[in-house]
Design a protein around this ligand. Structure first.
Ligand SMILES: N[C@@H](CCC(=O)N[C@@H](CS)C(=O)NCC(=O)O)C(=O)O
Length: 244
């Protein structure tokens, strides 16, 4: 790692084989065109061991609770929204004004709330039990997610887009919040294709934003590359037919 780190300013620690919350950080790094060491790209056991060692390091006085974690020189930064707050300022992925930074961060935290609700739709009882052990409550939780919670969140982001008027959530150009909203929409399309076909009819602004983000040249290349893992049933956005 030491040799790699000399060339690359950032190291991303995130579980291998799923996009998960790590993907929000990857999209920001990829769109900004900055190099990073991605621990998940090692073989699976090596990646997991590296992350477990990082989380278990008792000498670390600012230990992260869970991945994603970004190492930037001496800084070790945890919490997805916190990592993006940092990258936003460093790589012009967010406005420079205090009000603009706070607003972008606020949108990201709201997306994080939605991500947690999506996770809980297949794990409504306990994160440590598997889906098969909570299928019946998952059905009830997912039914409410697609009937009331998703519409409420999507209406909110549609309204923010509409009010801002530039085609982006914040100001006149893309921010990490746009990239994250793209990722949430991609995940929701994968997990709930039937419901998203219904919901997208009322959210044309979000669909346009999705296309606008996907068309950004660096992201188009990234999304088509093997670096972009596929969605699967180990991640946050899972497709179970009975939940859609
Ligand atoms: N709020 C945190 C959540 C982090 C999180 O839940 N990470 C998951 C993987 S996506 C994890 O490894 N959790 C372990 C645990 O909660 O025990 C964030 O947005 O980064």
């Amino acid at each position: 790692l030491a040799q790699e780190e000399r060339k690359m300013p950032y190291t991303l620690y995130y579980w291998p084989s799923i996009q998960g919350r790590g993907e929000f950080v990857r999209l920001a790094l990829e769109d900004a065109g900055v190099d990073y060491v991605d621990i998940a790209k090692r073989n699976e056991d090596a990646a997991i061991n590296t992350i477990v060692r990082l989380l278990d390091n008792k000498k670390q006085i600012t230990p992260p609770f869970a991945p994603p974690v970004l190492k930037a020189g001496k800084l070790l930064i945890g919490q997805t929204a916190n990592i993006l707050l940092f990258l936003g300022a460093r790589h012009r992925l967010a406005p420079a004004t205090e009000s603009g930074r706070l607003w972008t961060h606020q949108l990201q935290l709201t997306l994080a709330d939605l991500v947690t609700e999506v996770h809980d739709s297949h794990h409504p009882i306990a994160a440590n039990l598997n889906y098969e052990q909570q299928k019946a409550p998952a059905r009830r939780r997912a039914a409410d997610l697609v009937e009331t919670r998703l519409p409420k969140f999507l209406d909110y982001f549609e309204q923010v887009l509409h009010a801002n008027g530039s085609g982006w959530l914040v100001g006149k150009s893309r921010s990490y919040a746009d990239l994250s909203l793209f990722q949430v929409l991609a995940g929701l399309r994968y997990a709930f294709p039937k419901n998203m076909r219904r919901l997208e009819k009322k959210h044309s602004g979000l669909v346009a934003l999705y296309d606008r983000v996907a068309a950004r040249p660096r992201l188009t290349r990234y999304l088509a590359s093997p670096r972009r893992l596929a969605f699967n049933e180990q991640g946050i956005f899972r497709h179970y037919k009975e939940l859609d």
